[in-house]
Design a protein around this ligand. Sequence first.
Ligand SMILES: Cc1ncc(COP(=O)(O)O)c(C=O)c1O
Length: 368
Amino acid sequence: MSALPRPAPRPGVLDIEAYVPGKSTAPGTARVFKLSSNETPLGPSPKAIAACRSVADRLEDYPDGSAADLREAIGRAFGLDPARIVCGAGSDDLLNLLARAYLRDGDEAIHTTHAFLVYPIATLGTGAKPVVAAEKSYTADVDAILDAVTPRTKIVFLANPNNPTGTYIPFDEVKRLHSGLPPNVLLVLDAAYAEYVRRNDYESGIELVATSDNVVMCRTFSKIHGLAALRLGWLYGPAPIVDAVNRIRGPFNVNSPAIAAGIAAIEDAAHLELAREHNARWLAWLTDEINKLGLEVTPSVANFVLIHFPTTKGRSAKDADAFLTARGLILRQVGAYKLPNALRMSVGTEEANRLVVAALAEFLGRTA
Ligand SMILES: Cc1ncc(COP(=O)(O)O)c(C=O)c1O
């Protein structure tokens, strides 16, 4: 090895624990039910699949870098000004762009204990420091977040609902958080699971963005729209923030198949409603049935449940994961989210949901 200096990444980069996606294989099993990444069991709208295919014979052309038609379609669906929307290669792309645009070495960005892992990754990548605010009952705690604010705080990331807990805070609490923040702190409301929430006191962030200078809302096509493979997300924000993000994003960060499929997906209200109905029914069923087995389930408003296991040998989350995986049922270990005694399960098809409950009953009933 030469003694010459080597290229060195910026401070913070090597502190990042690389994101480990949910497993997708279960070797040796005939059928696999992937319930590890909060994907929709209904798949995308057939119209979105057709729209995606229709672009396949023009792959030599660059996409429209401003994704204008998609931003207009989103604007129509939500009653928003398309000029205040930015599309990205998944909301991951947008979260990273916001971090890059608003954080520098020595700054701080707050997230909650069991928050989505991309927040600390995006923060560390800029040389800034992630600051963790404690949760209460696996739920974001506004007072703890406000207590964590210092003069160095530049961003607060809030997933609402949160992944992997499935919990949310009501709009009044989001407003209280916002009004307690200094005006130079950017509040990022990540509403990846907003479409699934059925609570009168929930608001995804649109109203707060419309009336503030320091709030953005991120959304995704990966979850209820079933387009995770295409990588598509969007944000809605104040004009100066939209301007900043547009200056640093990749000029063609969203591809043509994603744009075409995204437009068709957002216009297919019937498919969306079907997905919502399916989720509401099976989320309630899974919560009840798993509770009846004696396992605690954190009440969720999203399309997944967090299941808590005892630490007893043979009954732990790790043991349950091995037992389920051997039967082709792939859930998500959430140790990286500081939840080593839990598994997260996406709401699946009726068949998958019933198989998991039956397998958990068998797991708990066996002699360890
Ligand atoms: C809270 C939250 N935000 C954002 C994302 C990222 O979604 P995508 O990059 O696929 O749009 C996810 C995906 O798991 C998530 O759970």
